[in-house]
Design a protein around this ligand. Structure first.
Ligand SMILES: NC(=O)c1ccc[n+]([C@@H]2O[C@H](COP(=O)([O-])OP(=O)(O)OC[C@H]3O[C@@H](n4cnc5c(N)ncnc54)[C@H](OP(=O)(O)O)[C@@H]3O)[C@@H](O)[C@H]2O)c1
Length: 329
């Protein structure tokens, strides 16, 4: 029997689900991995879906919630050479972050920059790597380009605004209140549109001399599909990473054909560890220095104790937050 640890478990997965602290077995170290003593883990929208039973972990991954964490390396598999016990790391996880310990593939871990707290670091991997993969790699965001990202006040949005700005590009964002729009502009967004009464297609055209944006990063899905395509420039890319507004839509394929647009769907969690390691390496070589210099940072809305995971989920569901919600173990 493995030693135990405290973790959050989901009781009654589904619409009546409840999060509780429980004692569970600690995960086993496997080849290629690190055991991390988790100091902090961040909350993601996907965690809300997982507890509903709608986003199961990929085969072999921890059943526990938690797609990212930061903490100290406590143990290292014998075939891992690039980390030492005691190193401060932040890591992308396929699950298991809402716990005192997690085992993570070494390729999914990054060093925590000096001066960055574990609470800050825990909120970096999932959203910064997702934006990097989808905007810069799959979306081929060009130098000096313009991005449209929905939910500018989300974890994803706050990472996208900063990455695009550090890369010398421009961003147009949507958000559901004037206050969130103002905070997005303060963070570096060039244009912020309140989607409750504003027209983001017109804002994209205006921001680009009527040309349209190069890339759209969308997590809303069906209700925005037609407008997202209208916001794109010729040869533009729409990268779909979420379906918060629905999955079924009808469009004229002539729009894609005549304007040479690309529609790309993408997930990060279920990718093989070797692919994730390649994404982590490319991200670090392009943006690691900016993180170390403090030019990029996770926007942390609030930090709660792990035992208050339920309250963090409530706040996220209500979209009260700007940036990330973090749990301290
Ligand atoms: N495919 C992948 O690999 C991947 C990876 C990570 C995340 N994601 C997806 O990315 C999305 C964001 O994740 P997150 O963790 O950053 O979530 P989050 O912080 O909870 O953000 C969701 C945001 O969407 C905004 N929003 C809701 N309805 C909107 C609408 N109609 N138009 C514009 N904004 C709207 C909400 O705020 P306001 O309404 O108050 O503005 C909120 O800021 C989720 O769908 C998640 O599943 C996908």
């Amino acid at each position: 029997m493995l030693p135990g640890m405290r973790a959050i478990i989901v009781e009654n997965p589904g619409s009546e689900s409840v999060l509780r602290v429980s004692e569970v077995a600690a995960p086993e170290l496997v080849p290629g991995s690190l055991r991390v003593r988790v100091a902090a883990a961040a909350v993601n929208r996907a965690d809300l879906m997982q507890r509903q039973g709608m986003y199961p972990p990929p085969p072999g991954a921890s059943e526990l919630l938690g797609l990212e964490c930061a903490g100290e390396v406590a143990e290292i598999a014998s075939d891992v050479t690039d980390f030492r016990v005691g190193d401060r790391v932040m890591a992308l996880l396929a699950g298991g972050g809402y716990a005192e310990e997690v085992v993570v593939d070494a390729g999914s871990a990054m060093p925590v920059p000096d001066g960055m707290s574990f609470e800050q670091a825990a909120a970096v991997p999932e959203v910064f790597l997702t934006v990097f993969l989808n905007v810069f790699e799959l979306g081929a965001f060009p130098d000096g380009g313009t991005l449209l990202v929905h939910g500018g006040g989300s974890g994803i949005g706050t990472a996208a605004i900063q990455l695009v700005s550090v890369a010398g590009g421009r961003s147009v964002v949507t958000a559901g209140s004037e206050e969130k729009c103002r905070k997005c502009r303060e963070l570096g967004a060039d244009v912020a549109v309140n989607y409750r009464d504003g027209d983001f297609v017109a804002a994209c055209r205006e921001a680009t001399n009527d040309r349209g944006v190069d890339v759209v990063l969308d997590s809303i899905g069906a209700p925005y599909l037609e407008k997202n395509l209208a916001a794109l420039a010729m040869n533009g890319r729409l990268v779909l990473i979420g379906l918060m507004g629905g999955a079924k839509a009808e469009i004229s394929l002539a729009t894609l054909l005549m304007r040479r647009l690309q529609l790309i769907g993408s997930t990060l969690r279920a990718r093989p560890v070797a692919e994730k390691a390649a994404i982590v390496r490319s991200f670090w070589s392009r943006f690691g220095a900016a993180l170390e210099k403090g030019e990029l940072h996770a926007v942390v809305d609030r930090v709660l104790p792990l035992a208050e995971a339920e309250e963090a989920h409530r706040a996220m569901l209500a979209s009260e937050h700007f940036g990330k919600l973090v749990l301290r173990t």
